[in-house]
Structure formats: C-alpha cells, structure tokens
Design a protein around this ligand. Structure first.
Ligand SMILES: [Fe+2]
Length: 159
C-alpha cells in the first residue's frame, strides 16, 4: 500500500471514530430533547442516518484491506471531543444542544470535504461517492438546525 493510501485509510478510520461518537451523542440528544418532539424526531432521524454512515465507512475500510478490530480506541479519541462540546443539563439545554449539534455537523462536513478530495486524487471513487452522500446528509441536517436555532432561542426567552 502506498503512503498516500495508508493516509486515506487513517483518515477513513478517523471518520469512523467521528461517526461513532456522533451515534452516541445524537442518541443522548434525542432522549434529552423529549420535551421538543420535532427536534427529538429529527435528531433520531439523523442518528439512524449516522448508523448507516458508520456501516458504509466500515465497508470502504474492508475494501481497502484495513483491519477493523481496533476501532474502539479511535472512537474514544473522538468521543472526548464530542463530550467537550456536550454541555451539562441547564435551563437553556435545548438552545445549547442545537448549537452543539450544528457545530458538530460542520466538523463532519469539513472532514468529508477533505476525505472526498483525497479519495478522488487517489482514485478511490467508492470512497469519494460515500463522502458526497454523507456530505448531503450532514448539510441537510445543518441547514435544518440553522432554521431551528432562532425559534428555539426565542422560545427559551419567552416569559
Ligand atoms: Fe455524520
């Protein structure tokens, strides 16, 4: 395997860890936001999409001949980042949760833009296609969140 292909595999493993951390975070947020059924439902939907993302990344890694046995260690690395963003339960938790989720979607968007460019250059069209699919899902979720943030904020401020 060339050095660049090894880098692509390493980045795919990072993306896998990132999505695994997302699965946990989105699951928690969907539960926690039960007082906001619309938010909870969309978070749950993206949680389901994220499970699919994890699976697709695993398929790409297997195709590239990568060992998938040490995923756990990597996942904890990103979970640390996710937890740094996750805030303690506060009165304005729904506002903060939306901001956190919006930030995290953009972290994922950045990761897939980079990974997709690398995959194209290294002639791995399946990986590039997967990145585009994931980008579409992340951008849709980010756009939806951006629409919700003002309303959630105003709702918190209403007497
Ligand atoms: Fe994702």
């Amino acid at each position: 395997m060339t050095k660049n292909k090894q880098t692509l595999v390493a980045w795919l493993r990072d993306a896998h860890a990132m999505e695994r951390a997302s699965v946990d975070t989105l699951d928690r947020l969907a539960d926690r936001l039960s007082r906001y059924p619309d938010l909870a439902a969309r978070f749950r939907e993206h949680w389901r999409e994220t499970l699919g993302q994890v699976e697709r990344i695993e398929r790409c890694l297997k195709k590239l001949g990568s060992d998938t046995s040490t995923f756990k260690d990597l996942a904890s690395r990103f979970l640390g980042i996710a937890q740094a963003y996750a805030v303690a339960v506060a009165p304005d938790e729904a506002v903060k949760d939306c901001l956190t989720a919006y930030t995290w979607r953009h972290f994922e968007i950045a990761a897939y833009v980079s990974l997709g460019a690398a995959a194209l250059m290294l002639e791995e069209p399946d990986v590039a296609r997967m990145c585009n699919e994931h980008l579409e899902q992340e951008r849709a979720m980010a756009a939806w969140l951006e629409q919700q943030i003002p309303e959630v904020t105003l709702e918190f401020l209403r007497p």
